[in-house]
Design a protein around this ligand. Sequence first.
Ligand code: PLP
Length: 301
Amino acid sequence: MSPPPNQSPDPERSVARADGSVLPSISNAAARPSSPPIVLSIAGYDPSAGAGVLADLKTFAALGVYGMASITALTIQSTLGVRKVMGLDPGTVTETLECLAEDVCFDAIKVGMLGTEVVAASVIAWLEGQKGVPVVLDPVMKSSSGKDLLDSKGCEILRRAGLARADWITPNFAELAALTGEQVPTKREETEKIAQELHRMAADRGNPNLKIVVTGGHAKTPDDLLLVDGTFRWFPGEWVETRSTHGTGCTFSSALAAQIAWGDEAWDAVANAKSYVTGALRHAYPVGEGNGPLNHSWEKT
Ligand code: PLP
């Protein structure tokens, strides 16, 4: 299959297909100045649309990129919490990803809830073929309401293959602790030390350029830590008094992927994603009886 007529092949970003052939790749952002970047979300389905792929697509639309979504798991949930999680068959997930990748090239990929070990393994194996496409991995493990969103063997896959393939990873404090086997950090110095440990784990898996954003959104001082090229930078956050916090992590990681797709450098990408999320929290309106969604289209209202 050759690239569409308005796009030119980019040898740096060729795509390996299941049958062993290589699809010449194109950069949407570079080759088609009139089209926005294309960003893919690989994540779970939340019917209340506060988290998962629906939140990601709203974020992508708000930030002006074209969003696509491949679902890894269905959940039954409302703003009151997650009742049930059903992982999709990994063959269906891989087939969806292959179908999309035969048609378009992604300018960034965000990976969120993976649900099960088998889906996690299939997704990461497929990502290995997406050479040169920036991958933002949000290592989703549990919902805020306490439900497991990834089985224990799936967490192990994130720790090995996930850390080896991701360009960015966006753990919150609890996820940072789970990935490294450390205690949940309570002080800045502890967070920095554990982030460094996570970076070492990625380097040991052949990925020394992993960029880490530890998201502190749940803390009273909601600052985020970026570790890039051996340098730490803290991004001061603003505490917003609201119950509308469902899907904050999903929204931040998809905003980060969108900013990266637009070509932001690391520090700008984090600053812009954080400022978008803060606005979406500040302008949120109540939905449902529990923890409602952010207002993803706050910049239009
Ligand atoms: N449901 C899905 C599909 C998710 O992807 C996530 C988080 O990534 C959640 C629920 C949990 O969101 P929260 O912890 O904000 O409740």
